[in-house]
Design a protein around this ligand. Sequence first.
Ligand code: AR6
Length: 171
Amino acid sequence: MSERITVMTGDITTLKIDAIVNAANSALAGGGGVDGAIHRAAGPALASACASIRRRQGGCPVGQAVKTMAGNLPARAVIHTVGPIWRDGGQHEPRLLRQAYLSCLAIARQERMKTIAFPNISTGVYGFPKAQAAQIAIDAVSGFLKNNPWPENVIFVCFDRENAQLYRSQL
Ligand code: AR6
């Protein structure tokens, strides 16, 4: 495993780092899963920040990412990205999931962030098969880190045991 990548289990909202990534929806409207947890912990200022992005650019397309402040979270910023909804695997889901990771990493590079953390994007409500999603996430992040000094470190935060095992074995 690259020394710059770590895997942990737990709640991403507790991390005191440069940015945590949110698995959001295109409307940046909040929701369940990790999105709900992040909004609850951040407080209403986060929803306001998302609403102003929505007014400005109409939300966030699948595969892209936007940065906001982090309200009451210990992290400095939230990078909201939108993973694909899994349909049958033939609707560009793998490419779009990879793109979601890369869009977040591009923001981290631009802002010269030291550490960012990803949840297991698309593997909850959006139904992406977990093993394939882990492979895409690890491949996208490892490839990016090879060619870029920022972010210095990436944490994969796994919430369920299945994802934690997949990440640990694949790394
Ligand atoms: N910390 C880290 N990971 C978490 C946490 C947490 N506190 N809570 C859940 N997870 P999901 P998606 C894991 O459904 O599939 C929302 O309603 C969870 O176990 O949050 O990309 C949005 O608004 C799973 O492994 O995101 C969108 O509408 C992973 O986070 C939609 O769900 C992602 O599951 C996005 O669906």
